[in-house]
Design a protein around this ligand. Structure first.
Ligand code: FAD
Ligand code: UDP
Length: 381
């Protein structure tokens, strides 16, 4: 149906993060649809939003965002809207009074235990001696203990995970701690992906360009409830929390939130404050999980530096779905409702209740769009 009035759209997109913005761009550019994108926040870019703070430092409002991917398709798509700056993230974890490379690699083990394992075979033998083989890898405890044994698990994973998720790794799906590799070599990069780059002008600028299409209108500070009834549309793309969409009919899905404390330090000589971009704090005696100095990531040269402290919270914006057997079951009940909802497409980290990175959400939005287009269910504007 062609839009008739200024408030008539082919598609309404709820949420201006990666999921919503990529869907909007594809529908507008590829299908010629008229699309309205709304977000209840006063800005676009979802959790990837970056801005310049009052000290002139480029910050990420919702915690450090580092782009990395294995997907050429995602790189090709996003590269239409941004140039890139090479950046490889490195993290140190504070354990037993030392700052040690995380993910655990050969240097981590040598420095922690005062050893001199000098090749991969030696590291492999060291870990094999300590690993506790598990018949089935189900929980995040299983996945780590089966690879490195109990001591490294307790020092690097157990406390951090209990703080972040407010549950023991034994109660979390294996995939959560499996995000962090265990390395036999001395590679100290946090990610192993072939593509590790930050959008040259930042994330918000990237979203500005994705959404800057003649057929896309954007309204921020606008909740879905504000436009229901006011805006006409044939198709809805929903990227908010799936349980909220259905009025928490089966009970609320759990999410983890974070509180960010930003501290700014003068750096008159333009130097950096931390010895690495992020310092992780696995100890349960320290209330925050990690500190990140944004200028490491953005490459900004400046006379002040802002550091974000992350404090895990149960209440607040829903940042993380909680992967576990029982949340999987509850989500599945909402998924059945989503699949039956006519003319609504659920996409993204909250709408699909999946712990996805930015590149994975982009890939999911691209493939969701392709399926929609192939099904003939997308009206051409
Ligand atoms: P979101 O970005 O959450 O966007 C959803 C939008 O929908 C939000 O802006 C929200 O305001 C809006 N919305 C919801 N409900 C409504 C409603 N009813 N009405 C109007 N608007 C609504 N990924 C990486 O790849 N690398 C990283 O380093 C990385 N670091 C992260 C660090 C933190 C602390 C967090 C929380 C996430 C991190 N991520 C990272 C993950 C990344 O943020 C997500 O993959 C990505 O932002 C998900 O995009 P999305 O569009 O699905 O959701
Ligand atoms: N993790 C940990 N110790 C660390 C880093 C990570 O135990 O030093 C675990 C923890 O459960 C965390 C998960 O691995 O939530 C994934 O870590 P990642 O850095 O990918 O988390 P994100 O950046 O998504 O918050």
């Amino acid at each position: 149906m062609a839009p008739l009035s200024p408030n008539a759209y082919n598609t309404l997109v709820v949420g201006a993060g990666f999921a919503g913005s990529v869907m909007a761009e594809r529908l507008a550019t590829h299908c010629g649809q008229r699309v309205l994108v709304i977000d209840r926040r006063d800005h676009i870019a979802g959790n990837a939003y970056d801005y310049v703070d009052e000290h002139g430092v480029i910050c990420h409002r919702y915690g450090p965002h580092i782009f990395h991917t294995q997907s050429q398709k995602v790189v090709d798509y996003l590269s239409q809207f941004t140039e890139w700056r090479p950046y490889e993230h490195r993290v140190l974890a504070e354990v037993d009074g030392q700052l040690l490379p995380m993910p655990i690699n050969r240097d981590t083990v040598n420095r922690l235990y005062g050893l001199s394992l000098d090749d991969e075979a030696a590291m492999k033998a060291f870990l094999a001696d300590r690993a506790e083989p598990r018949e089935r890898i189900e929980s995040s405890e299983d996945t780590v203990v089966a690879k490195v044994g109990r001591d490294l698990y307790e020092k690097f994973f157990r406390g951090y995970t209990r703080k972040q998720w407010q549950r023991d790794p034994s109660e979390l799906h294996a995939s959560v701690c499996a995000r962090i590799p265990i390395r036999l070599n001395t590679d100290d990069r946090y990610f192993g992906d072939w593509f590790q780059n930050i959008p040259l002008d930042g994330y918000t600028a990237l979203f500005d360009r994705i959404l800057d299409q003649p057929k896309i209108d954007v309204r921020t500070s606008t909740d879905f409830d504000d436009v229901r009834g006011e805006v006409d549309y044939d198709h809805l793309v929903y990227t908010g929390p799936v349980d909220a969409y259905f009025g928490n009919r089966f009970g609320a899905l759990p999410y983890r939130s974070l509180e960010f404390e930003h501290k700014t330090v003068p750096t008159p000589d333009g130097g950096l404050v931390q010895p690495a971009a992020s310092i992780n704090q696995p100890s349960e005696d320290v209330p925050h999980t990690r500190t990140t100095e944004y200028r490491w990531i953005t490459g900004q040269d400046h006379t002040a530096s802002t550091i974000a402290y992350e404090y895990p919270r149960a209440e607040g914006d829903p940042y993380y779905p909680v992967p576990s057997a029982e949340t999987r079951e509850l989500y599945h009940r909402y998924e059945v409702l989503s699949d039956a909802e006519p003319d609504v497409t659920f996409v993204g980290r909250l709408a699909r209740y999946q712990y996805l990175n930015m590149d994975q959400v982009t890939a999911q939005a691209l493939s969701t769009f392709e399926k929609l287009a192939a099904s003939g269910r997308v009206a051409v504007g």
